[in-house]
Design a protein around this ligand. Sequence first.
Ligand code: COA
Ligand code: AMP
Length: 633
Amino acid sequence: MSRYAQVYESWSRDPEGFWAEAAEAITWYKPWDKVLDPYAGQYGRWFTGASCNTCYNCLDRHMEARADQPALIYDSPITGTKHSYSYGELLGEVATFAAVLADKGITKGDRVVIYMPMIPEAVIAMLACARIGAIHSVVFGGFAANELATRIDDAKPKLVVSASCGVEPGRIVPYKPLLDEAINRARWKPETCIIRQRPMETATLIEDRDFDWSDLMEGMRGRGRVADCVPLAATDPLYILYTSGTTGQPKGVVRDNGGHMVALKWSMKNIYGVDPGDVYWAASDVGWVVGHSYIVYGPLLHGCTTILFEGKPVGTPDAGVFWRVIAEHGVRALFTAPTAFRAIKKEDPDGALIKTHDLSGFQTLFLAGERADPDTLEWAERHLGVPVIDHWWQTETAWAIAANPVGLGMLPVKHGSPTVPMPGYDVRILDEQGHEMPRGETGAITVRLPLPPGCLPTLWQDDARFRESYLAAFPGFYQTADAGYMDEDGYVYVMSRTDDIINVAGHRLSTGQMEEVCAAHPDVAECAVIGVADSLKGQIPAGFIVLNAGVTRDPADIEREVVQKVRDEIGPVAAFKTVMTVKRLPKTRSGKILRGTMRAIADGKEWKMPATIDDPAILDEIAEALKARGLPA
Ligand code: COA
Ligand code: AMP
C-alpha cells in the first residue's frame, strides 16, 4: 500500500507543519522565524529568519559518519578516466577552492559563472561557491559564445571558472576561445578567470586575468589555507540557472538555500526511494537543472554517492555503457532523459548488452525532461525488469511537480502520465478564463500559490518579468506553461507546452530565439521555426525562411549560412539542421504565423484549415517544402 494519499493529505492539511518537519533533516545555524512568510517576496518566502549553509549540509555534516565513503565517482568513458572522491577528500578540495575564490576577492553575494564540461572541478567549483555564499551560475558547455555572453551580462560575475576543453564524440571542443569571445562580446567584464587545463587541449591564458586551476590549488595547499562555511540567510540565493524563455533573453531562475535543501532532501527518500550510503546516478549534465539538483545537491545532502558521468548513452563506447556504470559502481537509482533510452534502444533493440552486466543491485529508473513515450517506457521495463518512473518538473521548480513516489510506496504506473502531484504542489487545470477544467479535459497546468520550498522565488533581478511570465495569466496560480489534464484518479498528463519552447533531446530550447537569429541574416525577410517530431530526440527544430525581394543568391547557400548562424549564436545543442526556403509563410488575416498548423503538417497529424487563414494555398507550399526534406518522417 502506498502512503502517498495520506502524506499528500497531511501536507494539504498543514503545509507549514509538513515543511517544518521536513526541515528537521537539515542542519541550521539558526532556526527560522517563520516557515512561510506569505508577505515576503513575490508570493511568500520559505524559512525566513533562518541561517544555514548548503555546502555544510552537503559535505561537513557527513564527516562524522561518512568521511571515507565515496561522495563523487567521476566516470568518463569518453576520456578513459575514473576517479573517486570520498566525502573527506571532496570536502578538502572544495574548502581549498573556496579559499582560492576568497583570495581572488569573491565574497558573499558575488556571482561566479561556471562554464565547464562534466569534470569533478565543475562540482567542486559549485560547492566552493555555496561554501562562501557566492552565487554560481553554471552555463551548459553546448552553448555558444553568444549565449555565454548574454548570461555574463545578466549575472555580472566577478569571476568565471572554465576548462580548456570539453570532449564530444570524435572531437575536442576548445572552451577557452568561446569564453574569450563571450567576454569580448559582453558589456560586463569579469575580473578573473580560473581555467582547468585538461590534457587534450592547453588553453592560452591571458596575463593578469586568467589563472591555472592547478597552480592556484597547489599554491593554496602550500599555504595550508581552507575556507570555512559562511552562514547565509535561508532566502539568500544559492545559484542562478538560466533557462530558455520566449525571447533571446534567457530567464535567470533563482534558487534559495534553505527551501532548496529541505525540498531536495525530502525528495531523495520519498520520491527516489534511496537511503544515505546508496549510489545514485543522474545521467545528465551539470549545466541543466537535473545536474544541479540530482548530480550535485540532492545526493550529497542525503549522504549518497553520486556519479559524474562524462559520456553519452551510445558510442562511448557502445549502448552498454549505462549498464556497465550501474554494475561497476552499484547504482541503485538512475535518472535520465527518455531520449537517452531511445538512443540505446535504437542501437541495441533486443537489450543484448543489458544481459552482459550484473544489474541485481539496480532498483529504479527515473525519466524526466520531456514526455516519456510509452514505447520507450515499455522497452525499458521489459529489458531492465525494474520500475520505470516518469516524473515531471522544470528548471523553475528544482524538483518533481508530479511523480510516482517510490519511497512512499509506488502507485500503479499509467504509461503516458508522470503520476500524481507531490506534496507542496496543488495542481489545477485551468481554462483561459482561469476556471477549473473537468477531469479528463485539457487546459493550462497551474500550481496554486505558494509554490513549495525549492521552487524559484523570482528571476534574477527581474521581479516584473517573474510576475509577468508566471503569475499574471492566472492570479493566485503559477503558470507552468505546460498544457495537459488530470484523470479521475488524479494522475497528471503533460501533453505540450503553451509557449514556443521545444524539447530537443531533453534540452529546453526556444524557437522564438532561433527565429531571432534566422531573421538577423541579411537576406532573410521573415522566418518561422517550429519543433517537429523526431524518433530519437523527441523534437527537432525546423526553420522556414522567406528571402528578401531581389535576392538572387542560391537559396541553398543562404540556408547553410542560417544553419551555421544558429550553431554559432546559440550552440550545437540547438540541433538546428533543417531550413527550407519558402515563398511565403501561412498567416491569419491579422498577420499571425500559423505555426501550430505547420507543425501538424510536418508531423503528419490531422489538421483543420484555420478559419482565419489568409491564403490556404500557402499551406500546400509548406507541405511541399517539408516533403522535399523527407517530412513527415
Ligand atoms: N559541449 C559541446 N557540445 C555539445 C555538448 C557539450 N557539453 N553537448 C552536446 N553538444 C553538441 C553535440 O556534440 C552535438 O553536436 P553535433 O551537431 O556536432 O553533432 C550537438 O551538441 C547536439 O547534441 P545532442 O543533443 O546531445 O545530440 P547527439 O546527437 O550528440 O546525442 C543523445 C544524442 C540522445 C545521445 C544525447 O542527446 C543524450 O545523451 N541525451 C540525453 C539528454 C540529457 O541528458 N538531458 C538532460 C536532461 S535530464
Ligand atoms: P526544463 O526546464 O529544461 O527541465 O524543461 C521543463 C519542461 O520539459 C517542462 O515544462 C515540460 O514541458 C518538459 N518536461 C519535463 N519533464 C517532462 C515529463 N516527464 N513529461 C512531459 N514533459 C516534461
